[in-house]
Design a protein around this ligand. Structure first.
Ligand code: SF4
Ligand code: SF3
Length: 552
């Protein structure tokens, strides 16, 4: 195996024997294979599009397949193997439709050369996939810089795909986004593609990252209402309980409906925390609070929790045997030996009965005292308090904003973010989104004239909200360049959704971003130089040094 898609890539180079995340070589190889056949499917989808043929199921599947390969989503060899079966099935379906229409239209058979990924097939299922997967992985591209750019593009596409899938689940789609994902994938099959062409595609991915986050924002807010400033309790009550993690708000809503009146309390974990701020979700009295913190602490926190646990998306850590039987996966998440809640059929809600039964069987969890934290500062809510924010800026009470969005992770270096937040002068405000917030959201950093010093916009995709806020400030303060605003960017990344968020910020013209805790292993030296020079991106050093620089 060779994988270097996340910030934990072994030795800063790549995981080769087993993933630091726990991904086994077999799964890594099958994921490589899945990406490859998905490129083949995308090839025919784009060809078909040129002839006016559209296969919505196939286009969406491309996004789902990419999402399934994001770090900490799916560790199941069986499930990934089934995804490959399906990719080949859909690929052949779209191909046949195309070939038939082509012949009808031109009166001759289609005879252009096609990439191997578009036609490969061998009997043998998983065994054959593993054999082929060995040949089509990341290292099959020999040129280091081209490889770097191809993977940079694919990781951006993975993030875009995940957000597109989230939006789709809430019935919001945009064909252009799905077709761009396919275009990007197909381009990476080209042996003759130049670094310049790839660079242009990486930047174009930023445009679609903005679009998809806007689409998801629209999907979330039109379905669940605009997030409101909300106090969330972080303790637990003495009652049966289910802890819900991941990013899928519809899963949470359906579970809330199905547990009403059962006496079960529902808690959020990790990236599900922002759910408490949505009017249509917070109305459920048994959405009782937030338990624990960021994803990487789940081996400790899931064990302690005592109730049933539902993982709706990333980040799943391979569960320990001590609590594995209380964990359930759904959507694209998978782990062999963990019960999976199947997808919706015919528009009917998912059936969470096994999770509910488990929670009741486990009985009441212990009562624990917790503090309250304030969330819900997405764009709409910020707009409402913008006058007081501007007043504080004009009176010099707020000197600077620090966007500290992104991911959290287990690396020791990430203690930097807690220290950074603690040491920031009292006249600064942190704007956050994503699970990076758990490094400082319980610190009691106080407020400035009633404006909390940590404004939490929501999940990682709600970084879009932060960008909208920045653009709004640019307009009000009549500033020509977004980089002239008193905003500094200190972004933490872990997985590929954060790559999409980064590309979105670059597309919006944000420069001088600090990216940590480490620079991506997938950026070759040359590519890194170009990125650093063009966008003025650098990595973090010490808290003191960075703060001095950013406050100057
Ligand atoms: Fe390693 Fe990250 Fe890939 Fe997991 S996802 S195998 S930790 S690089
Ligand atoms: Fe966190 Fe996985 Fe990235 Fe949505 S839950 S931000 S790491």
């Amino acid at each position: 195996m060779f994988c270097f898609q996340c910030s934990e890539a072994s030795k800063g180079i790549g995981c080769t024997t087993i993933g630091v995340c726990g991904k086994k070589p077999e799964v890594a190889t099958l994921q490589d294979m899945l990406i490859w056949v998905t490129k083949g499917l995308s090839f025919w989808s784009l060809k078909a599009k040129d002839l006016g043929i559209k296969d919505d199921e196939a286009n969406l599947f491309v996004a789902e397949a990419l999402f399934a390969t994001i770090t900490n989503v799916n560790f199941s060899a069986e499930r990934i193997s089934k995804f490959i079966d399906r990719a080949i099935e859909l690929r052949n379906r779209v191909r046949e439709k195309f070939l038939k229409t082509y012949e009808e239209k031109y009166g001759k058979k289609f005879d252009e050369e096609v990439p191997e990924a578009a036609i490969w097939f061998e009997n043998g299922g998983k065994v054959a996939y593993l054999k082929k997967g060995e040949q089509v992985g990341i290292l099959s591209e020999e040129n280091e810089d081209v490889r770097s750019l191809k993977e940079f593009l694919i990781y951006g596409l993975k993030g875009i795909a995940a957000y597109a899938d989230h939006a789709y689940i809430l019935k919001h789609t945009k064909d252009e986004i799905l077709y761009f994902i396919e275009k990007g994938l197909v381009e990476t099959l080209r042996k003759d593609i130049t670094a310049d062409e790839l660079q242009a595609l990486v930047l174009e991915a930023g445009k679609y990252a903005v679009e998809v986050m806007a689409l998801l924002d629209q999907a979330n807010t039109s379905t669940f209402g605009h997030p409101e400033i909300t106090e969330v309790y972080t303790g637990t009550y003495n009652a049966p309980a289910i802890l819900v993690s991941g990013h899928d708000l519809l899963d949470l809503e359906e579970l809330l409906k199905q547990t009403e009146g059962t006496g079960i309390m529902i808690y959020t974990h990790g990236e599900m925390l922002p759910a408490h701020a949505y009017p249509k979700l917070k109305k459920y009295k048994h959405l009782a609070g937030n338990f624990g913190s960021a994803w990487w602490k789940q081996t400790k926190e899931f064990e302690e929790f005592g109730g049933a646990i539902l993982m709706t998306t990333n980040c799943l850590v391979p569960p320990k045997d001590s609590y594995k039987d209380r964990v359930f996966t759904t959507g694209l998440v998978g782990f062999d030996g963990v019960t999976h809640i199947p997808n919706r059929v015919d528009g009917k809600p998912k059936d969470f009965t096994p999770v509910i039964k488990k929670a009741l069987e486990l009985g009441p969890i212990p009562e624990r005292k917790g503090k309250k934290i304030v969330i819900g500062f997405a764009r709409n809510q910020v707009e409402k308090v913008l006058d007081s924010v501007l007043k504080a800026v004009n009176e010099g009470k707020i000197k600077k904003f620090f966007v500290m969005a992104g991911c959290d992770g287990r690396a020791k270096e990430r203690e930097y973010y807690t220290e950074f937040a603690l040491k920031l002068p009292k006249d600064t405000v942190i704007l956050t989104a994503g699970c990076a917030k758990y490094r400082y959201n319980m610190l009691d950093l106080g407020d400035i004239d009633g404006i909390p010093r940590v404004l939490d916009a929501g999940q990682c995709n709600d970084s879009y909200s932060l960008a909208v806020t920045a653009l709004k400030l640019k307009e009000i303060l009549k500033v020509d360049d977004i980089n002239d605003l008193p905003i500094e960017y200190n972004i933490a990344w872990y997985e590929q959704k954060a790559v999409a968020v980064l590309l979105a910020l670059l597309y919006l013209g944000v420069r001088k971003i600090k990216l940590g805790p480490v620079l991506p292993a997938f950026l070759s030296k040359n590519v890194l130089n170009v990125v650093a020079e063009k966008f003025n991106i650098s990595t973090i050093s010490t808290v003191e040094e960075d703060m001095k620089q950013m406050l100057a």
